[in-house]
Write a protein that binds this ligand. Structure first.
Ligand code: SF4
Length: 511
């Protein structure tokens, strides 16, 4: 399925570069191909777009291409979250990126070493090339997808909600051009008999009537299958019925926790079992209209304490067997959210290498209200409950004979279900048997357990040799340091006679 989750921005950057007259090759690496066979020879400029999980591979690729004389740039979530670290290994590091940002880079296109240049637009772009313009890159990417091919589309950027852990919480909500969206939907119906569209909006349907009306205008009922991530607060029965009528087949609401974030799930200040009942009624209502619902949870939030949050999740699953639960371990991705400053200030961020920051393999925030072993016991228990044979059977029955039921079964049996139980059980065992392993988790030692290094080496394969010196480790407090340095520089700039000291202060440690 991985090619179906390919991001939109690499296709956008490729389109903008082509429009400037450049010859462009776009490679979507899904994790299974022999990457060396996929890479173009002797490019002048290489853009990498990566999540933090792929940071080490990105650093290795940059090093490899720089050795061949190319200039390199990185964008995407990793560049937004860890710009200072990425600047060590790329000539350009891109934050918010619009067409002007790319044009500036193309005009300059020079090596910036040892520290790369940080470029960013003032805000997220609100105009992007649509599906028609990106089509050649979409088509090439989806050739790698199996029978199911999901075309990525975007109806908006940002989110009006303020979930403290989320990278989109500080990004103002902006809808994209509805005329482009309508034209893209018409275009897609000429390309596939029954297209499938995955909306990449952080929160689909904030301006519900506008976007749904645009879809209804051009798409005959149930002619395209749609998938979207949306808050429960936006999914009233009236809205869900309209979504189902136009063809929505999968919705992914975020529940996150039973003790907080009532705004997005429309449960207000209700917490605990009462919230479980309200949310399960809501999700069961959605399942009467839409065959596939994935309920997202974050495990280890500071508001959770004791066994209760996990027991409540199990009760929710019993009340809502048709929903597939997706669990993420709380992870602090550098500058993704201002909340991360608190974790860094409190000394709670563990220096797990980027490669393991995929919301599951490592939890890089010391959990507030649990001992590590106790926490992993709860995580294993709730995951086992979600993937137990009785739960799978109940889920299959609730999903009726459908693709959704099959997909849920595969997810439960695959690395996402049983694979995670095995992984968490192994981590728990190491925590009890290996003092060095436990000491790293308890922040009594900074020595990274060999287990994590070996996994990176295995996963990087031949690119391990290209991982630049110092690339394995990063400063987990870089965000806090930069904030304090900026505050000091501001103080220096205010008192004009001290301006010159500002530069020195910018490098001062944060304590
Ligand atoms: S509702 Fe979703 S997208 Fe919006 S801030 Fe919360 S987690 Fe992020």
């Amino acid at each position: 399925m991985n090619a179906n989750f390919a991001s939109i921005m690499p296709q956008v950057v490729a389109t903008w570069c082509e429009a400037k007259g450049h010859e462009v090759t776009l490679t979507c690496y899904t994790g299974f191909e022999d990457l060396k066979d996929e890479l173009p020879d002797k490019p002048d400029l290489v853009f990498v777009s990566a999540f933090t999980q792929a940071a080490h591979l990105s650093y290795a690729l940059s090093n490899y291409y720089r050795s061949q004389g190319a200039v390199t740039a990185i964008g995407g979530p990793h560049a937004r979250c860890y710009p200072d670290d990425a600047q060590r290994f790329f000539d350009y590091v891109l934050g918010f990126t619009d067409k002007d940002t790319i044009n500036d880079l193309l005009s300059d296109c020079a090596p910036h070493r040892p520290i790369g240049m940080h470029l960013h637009a003032k805000a997220q772009p609100t105009q992007l090339p649509g599906v028609r313009e990106r089509w050649k890159f979409i088509e090439a990417t989806l050739r790698k997808a199996p029978a199911i091919k999901i075309v990525p589309m975007l109806g908006s950027v940002g989110c009006p909600y303020t979930c403290s852990f989320c990278i989109d919480a500080d990004v103002p909500y902006d809808p994209l051009d509805l005329d482009v969206i309508k034209e893209d939907l018409r275009f897609l119906m000429t390309k596939y008999k029954r297209p499938k569209v995955g909306w990449h909006d952080p929160n689909f349907g904030v301006r519900f009537d506008d976007i749904i009306q645009a879809i209804e205008e051009v798409v005959p009922d149930d002619r395209i299958d749609f998938i979207a991530e949306s808050s429960l607060s936006l999914l009233s029965e009236k809205h869900v019925a309209r979504l189902a009528k136009v063809g929505f087949k999968a919705l992914l609401p975020g529940i996150e926790t039973w003790n907080d974030l009532g705004g997005k799930s429309k449960t207000g200040s209700t917490v605990g079992m009462e919230k479980v009942r309200k949310v399960s009624d809501h999700v069961n209502m959605i399942l009467r209209y839409v065959p596939y619902v994935q309920a997202n949870f974050v495990l280890g939030l500071d508001t959770d304490d004791g066994p209760e949050p996990f027991e409540l999740t199990k009760q929710f699953l019993d009340l809502c067997p048709g929903a597939f639960p997706a669990f993420s371990l709380l992870t602090s991705f550098g500058r993704a959210a201002t909340l991360n400053l608190d974790y860094q200030r409190d000394g709670r961020v563990l220096a797990f290498p980027f490669h393991h920051l995929n919301n599951n393999h490592a939890m890089n925030v010391r959990v507030k209200n649990y001992e590590w072993i106790e926490f992993y016991d709860h995580v294993i228990d709730v995951t086992k409950h979600a993937c137990s044979s009785s739960m799978m059977w109940r889920r299959l029955k609730a999903n009726r004979p459908s693709i959704s039921g099959g997909l849920n079964l595969i997810r439960s049996l695959s690395s996402e279900g049983n694979g995670r139980i095995r992984f968490y059980t192994d981590i728990r065992r190491r925590l009890t048997e290996d003092n060095g392993f436990r000491a790293f988790f308890e922040q009594e030692s900074t020595a990274l357990p060999q287990f994590y290094i070996d996994r990176i080496r295995d996963d990087l394969g031949p690119f391990w040799e290209w991982l630049p010196e110092g690339g394995l480790h990063h400063d987990p407090h870089a965000y806090l340091r930069s904030q304090n340095a900026e505050a000091l520089v501001q103080v220096a700039v205010k008192g004009r006679d001290r301006v010159s000291t500002g530069v020195t202060l910018a490098g001062a440690p944060y304590k």
